[in-house]
Design a protein around this ligand. Structure first.
Ligand code: AMP
Length: 420
């Protein structure tokens, strides 16, 4: 073991488990790609102010959880705690919204960092795949994004997830609701921190997980009763479109989410087998964010799905992903000449698209065959001096143990046939 350990709240992705992570990332991105979302990659860090303004000065993410630092040149930066603000910043910077084809549809995949209290399913470094549609206000677009996420989960074989849906209103009705909620909250028995939160961001109080707070919130006014006609109509259309697409959802009038920029459609995917960290993904509409970070009005909607928690949810359901074999063929050379000949053969197989590996380090046959079994390969190719003198190699089926000679020139063809 090294003197060093991975920092608290982080873990390493190692084979064979890492294969599931790659497959989950791929599966989440695939429906978005098919729907015209293009890949975007932004830096792992940004100006701290982007998140302060974009995510919200009063959110836990910004006040408590951000890895912020000054560079040697005195620039204030932060490791990205989420993807939306960066992606919107990148789109604005490159003027993608001016290219004339709105919405700009983008997807991304990467590492995110939050200084949270680590626990099962909650890490300080985690992985998300996200999708954002920038510059269009259309309930069909909100529905599209939700459907893409649902289809991603379904394609993985995930079953026991639930979709929670809410509307947070817009700049017409949200302030009226906010004031009503503040009035209600000011009358409750709450600690000083929560009292401060009432003044800065009262909706977040609804999200307080403490029993003593939740008990007092039973009669809190709900946004659904304060939505303006436009928001009500918009939300109804989203709901109808989801139903028409066979997507089940639960109305959750208390769903507010931890970021300040959401307006109208807000949603979260939860998985009940995950304990307290049950959110596997979430998103919503953020019509005001572009202006908050200095851009023009660009109503937008998006989501981010957590890769780590999706993998945990799949495990909890016992779903076995259909992963491609790391190795199909394992070559075992017996002797110096065989080493060269079989290595050439392995190279040829790889170039022909076959996943092939080799017994390195001059292992004896017993050890080499053990490695072949451990590699998960279906076939082993074994050859010694006598085989080569006859112009053949032995091809062994590792499951049945059957073995027979195959002419060297025909190995690639034979192996490919036997693997289908
Ligand atoms: P959020 O931006 O907080 O809505 O996060 C979107 C998704 O990312 C969540 O639903 C989680 O699946 C995942 N996620 C957020 N924070 C963490 C974390 N600290 N550790 C693991 N996954 C996370």
């Amino acid at each position: 073991m090294s003197t060093f350990q991975a920092p608290k709240g982080t873990y390493d992705l190692l084979p064979p488990d890492s294969a599931a992570f790659l497959a989950v990332r791929e599966a989440i991105a695939a429906p978005a790609r098919r729907a015209g979302y293009g890949y975007v990659e932004t830096p792992g860090f940004e100006h701290v102010e982007l998140f302060a303004r974009g995510v919200g000065e009063s959110t836990d993410i910004v006040t408590k959880e951000m890895y912020a630092f000054s560079t040697k040149g005195g620039t204030e930066l932060a490791l990205r705690p989420e993807g939306t603000a960066s992606v919107l910043r990148a789109a604005l910077q490159a003027n993608l919204h001016k290219a004339g084809n709105l919405p700009v549809k983008l997807w991304y995949s990467g590492s995110y960092y939050r200084y949270e209290r680590p626990q099962a399913g909650r890490y300080r470094h985690f992985s998300q795949v996200g999708a954002e549609a920038i510059g269009a206000e259309d309930p069909v677009l909100d529905a599209e994004l939700v459907i893409l996420a649902v289809d991603a989960y379904r394609s993985l074989g995930l079953r026991d997830f639930r979709l929670l849906l809410n509307s947070l209103g817009d700049k017409e009705c949200r302030p009226v609701y906010r004031a009503a909620l503040q009035d209600f909250l000011r009358g409750l028995d709450l600690d000083d921190d929560t009292r401060k939160r009432i003044e800065i961001n009262p909706l977040r109080v609804l999200d307080d997980k403490r029993e003593a707070v939740q008990r007092q919130l039973a009669d809190a006014p709900l946004i659904v009763d304060h939505l303006c006609e436009a928001c009500k109509d918009y939300h109804e259309q989203v709901r109808e479109l989801l139903t028409a697409a066979g997507v089940a959802y639960e109305d959750d009038p208390r769903l507010v989410r931890g970021l300040d920029y959401y307006t109208r459609t807000t949603f979260e995917f939860v998985h009940d087998a995950l304990g307290s960290q049950s959110a596997v993904g979430g998103g919503g509409r953020y019509d005001g964010l572009s202006e908050m970070i200095g851009g023009p009005s660009l109503p937008s909607v998006g989501w981010a799905l957590g890769v780590d928690r999706t993998v945990l949810a799949l495990r909890a359901e016992g779903v076995e992903l259909d992963l491609p074999a790391a190795t199909d063929v394992y070559a075992v050379p017996l002797g110096e000449q065989a080493r060269r000949t079989l290595f050439a053969l392995v190279t040829e197989l790889r170039r022909a698209g076959v996943a092939a590996d080799f017994a390195f380090g001059g292992k004896g046959i017993k050890n080499a065959m053990k490695s072949a079994d451990r590699s998960g390969a279906r076939l082993a190719i074994v050859a010694g001096e006598r085989d080569l003198a006859e112009g053949v190699v032995q091809v062994k089926d590792l499951a049945s143990g059957e073995q027979g000679p195959v002419a060297l020139a025909e190995v690639a063809e034979t192996v490919k046939e036997r693997l289908v």
